[in-house]
Design a binder for this molecule. Sequence first.
Ligand SMILES: *Cc1c(COP(=O)(O)O)cnc(C)c1O
Length: 376
Amino acid sequence: MRPIQMVDLKTQYQKIKTEIDTAVIDVLESTAFINGKPVQQFTDNLATYLDVKHVIPCANGTDALQIAMMALDLQPGDEVITPSFTYIATTEVVALLRLKPVFVEVDAKTFCMDPDALRKAITPKTKAIVPVHLYGHAANMEAIMQIADEHRLYVIEDNAQAIGADYTFSDGTKKKTGTIGTIGTTSFFPSKNLGCYGDGGAIFTNDDALAAKMKMVANHGQSKRYYHDVVGCNSRLDTVQAAILNIKLRELDNYIAARREAADYYDNAFANHPKITTPHRAAYSSHVFHQYTLILDDVNRNGLNEHLAAKQIPSMIYYPVPGHKQKMFDSFNLPNVDLSTTDWLTERVISLPIHTELDEEQLTYITSSVLDYINQ
Ligand SMILES: *Cc1c(COP(=O)(O)O)cnc(C)c1O
C-alpha cells in the first residue's frame, strides 16, 4: 500500500509530469517570469470555467481577500460579518485593514454561515459580509444574498476551499461558488483543490468598475505606469504558477470527481453510525470535498487521532481554535455573541485524508482503522 497522506501531491504530479515539465521549461526559456502569456491565458480560462466576467490573478488567497476589501473602500471601524469557524486568513485581513470583524455562528450541518445569525448581527455600521464555503460546500448563498440586498451590503465569498462547486438556486438556475456575491476570492495554495506549485490566488467579479479598481489595487494603485491613484499593494500570480494552473484547471473536474468518489466510500463505511456524523450535502450545493470532516459524538478525539497516527494514517482538526478565541483579536473588543455551535463543532470535528489519489486499499484501511477504534 502507498503511504497515506492528507494530500498526495506527488502521485498527482507524476500523472501530469510531462505536460507540467514542458510548460515550466517553456516559461524558463521565455524568461517572462512576471506577466508572461500563461498568466492572461489562465485568467481567461478560469473566467470561462467559472462563467464570470472578470478574473484578477494575485499572489495568494489572503491577498485576494485584502484587495477585495481595499477596493470596496471600507473604512476603519466598518463592521464585516464573518464566521468564526474558518481559517484565520478570512478574519485576519479584516483586522489588518482596521475594520471590525463581527463573528457569527455557523450552521451545524454545513459548517457555513448561518443566515439567521447573520441577520441578527447586522448594525448600522455593517458594510460587508464574508461567507466562507468551508470544506468545499457552499454557504446558503440565496438566503445570504437576500439579506445583503435588503441591507445594501457587499458580499465577498471566500471560495478558497470550494472552487468548482455548483450552487443551485430555488428557481433551478446554477452558478459556480465565488461568482454569486459582489466579489469572490480563491487560493491556489498547493493543497487546495486547484493548487499550484507555490503560492497563488485570484479574485472574481461581474462588476466592470470593481474589476478595474481591484486590478489597480493589486498593482500599486496604478492606472498608468508610475501614476498611482489609490493606495495599493503588490500582488501577482507569477508566470510559472499560471502555466501549471492552466494544466491543472483542465483536470479540475476530474479531481473533484476523484474526491467525491473517496467521500462516497467514507460515507458508506460510516453510514448510520450512532457516534459519527458524515458531511451533509445540502440540495443547493454540490460538494467538492476540500476536506472530509466528521462530527464525533462521545468519542475520544485525541485517542482516535493517536490510534490512527500509530497506523500511519494522518488526521487533522480544522481548526483547533475558532477566530473568536484567537489572541490576535483580544484588543478588538469583540461583542459577546453566542458562538456555542462553533465551540461545539470545534470540540468534535476531525478531518480524514482526502485527495485525488486515494485508492480502495487505502480507503478500506482508513475506514476500518477508524471503526476499530470507535467500536472497541
Ligand atoms: C487557504 C485559505 C485562505 C488563504 O489562502 P492563502 O493562499 O494561503 O493565502 C483563505 N481562506 C480560506 C478559507 C482558506 O482555506
